[in-house]
Design a protein. Structure first.
Length: 98
């Protein structure tokens, strides 16, 4: 149980129980709840901004792989374009000789 507080009353020269009004109790409780709420908001904000979730990490990995595949396909298309240009040039030179 909670220890009771007593305050010395100089008018009556007696100790009396200290009575805390309900308003003060509500203010204390609401202050504690607000502090907890603000701390939770700060923690969540830091977590979201500085740490990636496993899903975000997987999506980033997938995006990197797609970028690598896209670069590889671009190189292949460039090489095939060069080969087709070479074939077209040879075909044109063969037709000129005839």
């Amino acid at each position: 149980m909670r220890k009771e507080k007593f305050v010395y009353n100089t008018k009556t020269l007696r100790y009396e129980k200290e009575v805390v009004p309900v308003k003060v109790k509500l203010l204390r409780v609401s202050g504690i709840l607000m502090a907890i709420f603000l701390a939770a908001i700060v923690v969540v904000t830091i977590r979201i901004n500085f740490y990636s979730s496993p899903k975000e990490l997987a999506l980033q990995r997938e995006l990197d792989q797609m970028g690598y595949k896209y670069a590889s396909l671009t190189n292949e298309v460039d090489m095939m374009t060069k080969v087709l240009d070479n074939i077209q040039e040879r075909d044109a030179s063969v037709h000129r000789m005839m």
